[in-house]
Design a binder for this molecule. Structure first.
Ligand code: ATP
Ligand code: MG
Length: 137
């Protein structure tokens, strides 16, 4: 079993897609083992996306991620990191495979509805960024 970290981003939360997106995870064998709705501060968003600092999309990304509430979740299952990336589809919804979350729901490359960890190292870092050990059941 593996754990990964997921964000349902502001565009999806504000369009009432929390349930439909969570259903995609659950019906593909990923269990939600922690979940909460939060509003990111600018400092948190900057730190979370620090790897992209200096890229032209960094500042608008921070503005977007702090614009409205998000849902942060820990997902658990067989091969959870790769499976979640598959369920999400690629970053640009225009290029995402049919039936993926981003192909079906995302609005643009920036407002692309979900985040998912891309490696075991980022999953561990991102889970610890938002959750205490005692919140993970
Ligand atoms: P995430 O890390 O959110 O799961 P990802 O790994 O597919 O998505 P990254 O390259 O890590 O994509 O970029 C992080 C986020 O920054 C993207 O999900 C998207 O919201 C935004 N982003 C990335 N590239 C662009 C771009 N060219 N223009 C606008 N926004 C972008
Ligand atoms: Mg990424």
């Amino acid at each position: 079993m593996q754990r990964t970290f997921s964000i349902i981003k502001p565009d999806a939360v504000s369009r009432n897609l929390i349930g439909q997106i969570t259903q995609r995870f659950e019906e593909n064998g990923l269990s939600v083992i922690a979940s909460k709705m939060i509003r990111l501060s600018t400092e948190q968003a900057e730190k979370f996306y620090a790897e992209h600092k200096g890229r032209d999309f960094y500042e608008p990304l921070v503005g977007y991620m702090t614009s409205a509430p998000i849902v942060v979740q820990v997902l658990e299952g067989e091969d959870a990191i790769a499976k979640n990336r598959q369920i999400m589809g690629v970053t640009d919804p225009a290029k995402a495979e049919a039936g993926t979350i981003r192909a079906d729901f995302a609005l643009s490359v920036r407002e692309n509805s979900v985040h998912g960890s891309d490696s075991p190292e980022s999953a561990a870092r991102e889970i610890a960024f938002f959750f205490d050990e005692k919140e993970l059941c």
